[in-house]
Write a protein that binds this ligand. Structure first.
Ligand SMILES: Cc1ncc(COP(=O)(O)O)c(C=O)c1O
Length: 397
């Protein structure tokens, strides 16, 4: 009854943990959750006001499939002003969240047998989206010692004649790592040798960086621009996850191909959200800055606290709102009930079911030695979570 391609993909592991945490909570258990992938702030008021105005002004109809021209112009201005990218509105496609932009970009460019290099730990959806397009995810494990960033040598080694795309995510979900200018230049030097390889640059967390400025790969390697697909959106930086608004900017041929798919699958993004997005990009970043500052404080607390736990080590992530410590010293230990913790999934299930703490196992992101803690939660919740984590790990023998 169900198409064969569905058997090749897995449901989102992050959503699975959040759903189980909710189930336990609904049954009356107290659950502290650091599994969420969305800011715990409200969308800034001036953005909400723009949406309310849009409703009052009657922006109720379908928009152009690729997004209102005003929004696409605002996006081009933003990309020029902040990222040094030169795009025209016909190179931008606005979608229902960056997730759709990524999925449709992959569907538009990847076909049977095409290889897509995905550095691990990766955002859970990349490999599954590649599989849906009948491509081959080529997962390249990176090193904890290098803050889980892909090196030029690892990239070079992974490229084959079938390689069609490299996916980069900076700042990263799940590690929070950010590529520096020098690191991106080294990757770009390798990519210059392979003119058929596209680069999908997921910059959805660009406003949440703590140690210096966000760097876009196209900024350091303008000669690659014609094959870079820039992905961005409003969910994370503006706390707008539920508005479902994201976009891609790319060569006209790629934008045109994505537009074709979108015109048949969903049509344009929500008209009210588009007006909100326009306001977000045309009215300064003060509110974004406040949220960034709060995330930075939490990062500093959490990373220090994690490194104080015996057998846990965590580098300080440069961005996003995730910490991804190495917990491998606990793998192979036993729970008080005598069950073996064979994997990061076992560890997270033990912490959730027995201790009421929801975290996401590194297994979900292709890195068995880690766990992801989201600090899109109050300092108070983070402190409670750390107490539970400490006592949970101490219970393992
Ligand atoms: C790395 C990464 N890319 C893209 C997305 C999708 O964002 P959106 O809410 O705009 O669909 C997410 C959301 O979790 C993400 O973590």
């Amino acid at each position: 009854m169900i198409a064969e391609r569905i058997s090749r993909i897995a449901p989102s592991a992050t959503m699975k943990i959040s759903a189980r945490a909710k189930e336990l909570r609904d049954s009356g258990r107290k659950i502290v959750s650091l599994s969420q992938g969305e800011p715990d702030f409200k969308t800034p008021q001036h953005i909400c006001d723009a949406a309310i105005e849009a409703i009052k002004d009657g922006h109720h109809g379908y928009t152009v499939n690729t997004g209102n021209i005003e929004l696409r112009k605002a996006i081009c201005d933003k990309l020029e002003r902040e990222n040094g990218y030169h795009f025209k509105p016909n190179q931008v496609v606005v979608s229902n969240g960056a997730k759709q932009s990524i999925g449709f970009s992959i569907l538009a460019t990847i076909g049977p047998g095409d290889e897509v290099i995905i550095p691990a730990p990766y955002w859970v959806s990349y490999p599954e989206m590649v599989k849906l397009a009948e491509g081959e995810p080529v997962v390249v494990r990176t090193e904890f010692e290098n803050d889980y960033k892909l090196t030029a040598a690892q990239l070079e080694q992974a490229i084959t004649p079938k390689t069609k795309m490299l996916i980069l995510c900076s700042p990263s979900n799940p590690t929070g790592s950010c590529y520096s200018k020098a690191e991106l230049k080294e990757l770009a030097e390798v990519l210059q040798k392979y003119p058929d390889v596209l680069i999908l640059s997921d910059e959805i967390y660009e406003y949440i960086v703590f140690d210096g400025d966000h760097v876009s790969i196209g900024e350091v390697a303008p000669e690659l621009m014609h094959r870079i697909i820039v992905i961005n959106g409003f969910s994370k930086g503006f706390a707008m996850t539920g508005w479902r608004l994201g976009y891609l900017a790319a060569h006209e041929s790629i934008a045109g191909a994505v537009a074709k798919i979108q015109s048949q699958e969903t049509s344009g993004a929500c008209s009210i959200s588009q007006k909100a997005g326009e306001a977000a990009y045309n009215s300064g970043l003060e509110e974004v800055e406040k949220m960034r500052e709060a995330f930075k404080q939490r990062r500093d607390y959490l990373v220090t606290a994690l490194n104080e736990v015996p057998g846990v080590s965590c580098f300080s992530p440069g961005g996003a709102f995730y910490a991804f410590p190495d917990i491998s010293s606990y793998l192979g230990k036993k729970t008080p009930d005598g069950d073996t913790i064979a994997s990061s999934t076992d560890l997270c299930l033990f912490l959730l079911e027995e201790k009421g703490l929801a975290l996401v196992p590194g297994d979900a992101f292709g890195e068995p030695n880690g766990i992801r803690l989201s600090y899109a939660a109050s300092l108070d919740e983070l402190k409670q979570a750390m107490e539970i984590l400490k006592s949970g790990l101490a219970a393992l023998v």
